[in-house]
Design a protein around this ligand. Structure first.
Ligand code: GRG
Length: 295
């Protein structure tokens, strides 16, 4: 069950993130059709887990959630939305439904969906760079985000996923793929939270352990939900992984094995939380966020 702290935090900051996103998109000048396509997917109602995670790390480490921090957090949602729009294209995962609505290319056409994704990716960095934060903090965030999203991170994970479709990956290969495709952005969210809180190296290391375990748990949980949940609950097509012989945790280990792996990842994250608690941080939000993985 969610703690009151986490429920209040989520309500307060999810609504602020929505406002920041809406205001930013409304401020954009450019081709109206392109901006409409970008706004359609960004404002389609995602869970906003990545920005919330960034702000939760910042707050749990004693940092202040300033306007600059909110801009940094919300900008990450633009980049995440780009990845979903491109992932849904027929050349990638070929999905018709996302966040409970027809996918971007179904509404705006393939070319506009590619361009909306391109613009969201690029504008992420313009918006982040404009945040009211110290230049050194911003530079670190820009570098870490570009690394997480690019050829060392998410895009490589996506490439490995596509190339891996024709063969059965080993568990180590699958874990690496997950770490890049899904884990890298979630890890960045945690690392950016430590930058905002100006935490030292020791804390940064523990948050990195938490972020890596959280990212792995997130993808295993997503794989499990694809088998056990419904389209109505998730707002996207389910049972696709098995039908398309995708490399997933349940596919490789069975549903029970995937659940064991999920629990191990959650335990790893909890261990990092315990160590942070021993150093005097209550980490109520970070502990509470592990409750997302309800099985
Ligand atoms: C196309 C470069 C490129 C990368 C795509 C993230 C990704 C890589 C693909 C999305 C497909 C997918 C389902 C990946 C697993 C990660 C995941 C569960 C994404 C969905 O994130 P949520 O659950 O979605 O946070 P919302 O809609 O709540 O934001």
């Amino acid at each position: 069950m969610k703690s009151k702290e986490l429920t209040d935090f989520t309500q307060q900051y999810r609504s602020l993130i929505e406002q920041y996103l809406q205001q930013y998109l409304s401020s954009l000048t450019g081709n109206p059709y392109l901006i409409k396509a970008m706004s359609y997917s960004v404002m389609a109602g995602g869970k906003r887990i990545r920005p919330l995670l960034m702000l939760a790390v910042c707050q749990d480490l004693g940092g202040k959630i300033t306007k600059g921090a909110l801009t940094a957090a919300a900008s990450l949602e633009l980049l995440h939305t780009y990845s979903l729009i491109h992932d849904d294209l027929p050349e990638m995962d070929n999905d018709d439904l996302r966040r409970g609505q027809p996918t971007n290319h179904k509404v705006f056409g393939h070319a506009a969906a590619v361009l909306a994704g391109d613009a969201l990716l690029t504008n992420t960095f313009a918006w982040l760079a404009s945040a009211d934060l110290q230049p050194t903090e911003l530079l670190k965030m820009v570098e870490k985000l570009a690394q997480a999203a690019g050829a060392q991170g998410m895009v490589s994970g996506q490439m490995s996923d596509i190339l891996g479709e024709k063969k059965k990956l080993t568990l180590a290969e699958l874990q690496r793929l997950h770490q890049q495709k899904t884990g890298a952005l979630l890890l960045y969210a945690c690392q950016a939270g430590t930058i905002l809180a100006q935490a030292d190296k020791k804390i940064e290391k523990l948050i990195t352990e938490y972020g890596q375990a959280f990212g792995l748990a997130f993808q295993i949980y997503d794989d499990i939900l694809d088998e056990t949940s419904t389209t109505a609950a998730l707002g996207k097509q389910v049972h696709k992984d098995q039908a398309e012989h995708k490399n997933t945790y349940p596919g490789l280990l069975g549903l029970d094995g995937a659940q064991v792996s999920l629990k191990k990842a959650i335990n790893r994250a909890n261990q990092a939380v315990s160590q942070l608690q021993q150093l005097g941080y209550d980490c109520l939000l970070l502990k509470g966020m592990l409750g997302y993985f309800a099985i």
